[in-house]
Design a protein around this ligand. Structure first.
Ligand SMILES: Cc1cc2nc3c(=O)[nH]c(=O)nc-3n(C[C@H](O)[C@H](O)[C@H](O)COP(=O)(O)OP(=O)(O)OC[C@H]3O[C@@H](n4cnc5c(N)ncnc54)[C@H](O)[C@@H]3O)c2cc1C
Length: 505
């Protein structure tokens, strides 16, 4: 048992990770003092606009934040999943619903087995995506939201809203540049470890706390620089290390209710849909393409991007060995990073915040050593599961025959995904792997793996011939999903409806 009862926390960093952590701590532990310290000179990353379903659940269910205020300030649009321009099919959809896993009464097997060359959508949500529709219409003309949606949000608007909300809750926000960190032994977890004694600011001020949250982004000031926690690279599975970003003001383009992920010569590009802006970013491997060539490819595909308004960001895929050491817990980019192919960064931040707050509530601010070890095990496993799943995107994409994609197909280390892929090759898109080859708790689960393996037409040896009755039933299901989708509301109609009822300016 630790001697120290944590009662005050300093969060280093005022990006989305820092404010999400501060809001979570102050909401779940209101008596604690929570301070955010951020640099007036080092800005936030300013990208990161796609989310997953965990994000709205975190904001509105876990934290109980007001939906209406969020809509008014952050101005999100809705994301039902990802449309992949990937592999041999023209495209395929990976929605947030469990569509490939599902078995309909008239069909002997789950939907994954029925995704033939005539199939464009595999369930009600992917049918909405394929018709550029977001939600069914309620009798009062407003959208009937379901739990299978996430958001597209501009990073700066999100951070500004989070900051305002943190202030309302009583989080103290201070400006200062950390230029030094005093380290030494701490017993926060009851086990003596090297920890942080104080942050030293440029003006000489010392900042102390019982617990420090490192949300300092890629700089990883505390976990990485001060405590020297090793960085484990994912480069054997994920070859990309740079992104060139640009976008344009929307004119008459339809606002898609999904993110698009498009295969490019040496990587892939996202398309993220905001109400007034379309954001594109080309994630590429610098070993295969230089910045100028990447920029030229992005501009050639997207002539509306102003050539002088692109920017390049470098990154390293990987994670720190541990998230929590002594009295320092990392959250966000300070712990790890993978490219946004599944838009997982904020999802990881959500899991990190929830597990941290739940742990601190349950131990009443006195974390023991095993609690911290299990916290680390849980959170580092989550990171590795994302790496594994992204590796499947790279190892099987046959769409282009460029040096980069040849290298991906030949050399991607499938890491923890290897057994699931081997299983799939032998058994096809069956659900029998659930809970055995595929753990019950996995960030993407069977649905994710089936979407990517079936979607990319990865070959398997389990031939399946549906009966004529099954073929007819499947056609009818698809026709029903399509007909319903056609009646649903577009993103623009949903935004208009929310404006009429005062949720949006
Ligand atoms: C190309 C790219 C695309 C991405 N797309 C997505 C996406 O679609 N979806 C998604 O979920 N995520 C995405 N992300 C990731 C996402 O942007 C971040 O994970 C998320 O915003 C969290 O960032 P952060 O708060 O950890 O760091 P940052 O936003 O970088 O914030 C760091 C904070 O630390 C402070 N700080 C740093 N050093 C000091 C110091 N010495 N003293 C005082 N303060 C300091 C800074 O002032 C700043 O406030 C993307 C990232 C990249 C690079």
């Amino acid at each position: 048992m630790s001697a120290l009862m944590i009662r005050n926390v300093v969060v280093l960093g005022g990006g989305s990770a820092g404010f999400m952590a501060a809001i979570s701590l102050k909401t779940k532990l209101p008596a604690w003092q929570v301070r955010v310290l951020r640099s007036p000179d080092i800005g936030v990353i300013g990208v990161g606009e796609g989310t997953t379903v965990s994000f709205p659940r975190f904001l509105f269910d876990y934290l109980g934040l007001p939906q209406r205020e969020f809509y008014a300030a952050a101005e999100p649009t809705w994301k039902l999943g990802i449309r992949f321009l990937w592999g041999p099919r023209k495209d395929f959809y990976y929605s947030f619903a469990r569509e490939y896993e599902h078995t309909w009464p008239e069909l002997r097997r789950n939907v994954g087995f029925f995704h033939d060359h005539e199939t464009h959508w595999v369930g009600p949500i992917s049918a909405l995506m394929a018709h550029d529709r977001a939600f069914p219409r309620k009798p009062d003309g407003t959208p009937n939201f379901n739990k299978h949606h996430a958001f597209h949000i501009e990073n700066q608007k999100l951070v500004a809203w989070l900051e305002g909300h943190a202030r309302k809750l009583g989080v103290e926000i201070e400006e200062g540049n950390v230029t030094g960190v005093e380290t030494g032994p701490v017993r926060t977890t009851g086990r003596e470890e090297n920890g942080v004694l104080a942050l030293v600011l440029a003006d000489g001020q010392r900042v102390t706390a019982d617990l420090f949250v490192d949300a300092s982004g890629f700089r990883s000031e505390l976990l990485g620089r001060a405590l020297g926690e090793p960085h484990l690279s994912y480069a054997k599975s994920l070859f990309c290390d740079r992104a060139v970003i640009g976008g344009w003001e929307r004119t008459d383009e339809i606002t898609k209710p999904y993110t698009t992920a498009e295969t490019m010569a040496a990587g892939w590009a996202w398309q993220i849909e905001h109400e007034h802006f379309i954001n594109r970013g080309y994630v590429y491997s610098s070993a295969h393409l230089d910045d100028e060539a990447a920029r030229a490819e992005l501009l050639q595909k997207n002539p509306k991007i102003p050539a002088d308004r692109t920017r390049v960001i470098g990154f390293q895929s990987g994670r720190r060995q541990r998230n929590w050491i002594g009295n320092v817990v990392g959250i966000g980019n300070s712990v790890g990073f993978v490219e946004p192919l599944e838009a997982t960064a904020l999802q990881v931040v959500v899991v990190e915040c929830v597990t941290l707050c739940d742990a601190l509530v349950d131990c009443d601010g006195r974390p023991g050593p095993l609690l911290v070890d299990v916290y680390n095990e849980h959170n580092t496993r989550g990171w590795d599961e994302i790496r594994d799943f992204l590796a499947v995107h790279y190892a099987f994409n046959t769409r282009l025959d460029t040096p980069f994609w040849r290298d991906c197909r030949e050399q991607t280390d499938l890491a923890g995904a290897a057994r699931m892929v081997e299983w799939y090759r032998e058994n096809g898109p069956t659900m029998l792997a659930k809970g055995v080859v595929m753990p019950e708790i996995n960030v993407f689960g069977m649905e994710g793996y089936l979407a990517m393996l079936v979607g990319q037409k990865v070959h398997h040896r389990r031939e399946f011939r549906p009966t004529s009755a099954e073929k007819r039933a499947w056609q009818q299901y698809k026709a029903q999903f399509g007909a319903k989708a056609k009646e649903a509301m577009t993103v623009a109609e949903c935004l208009g409806a929310l404006r009429r009822v005062g949720w949006l300016k």
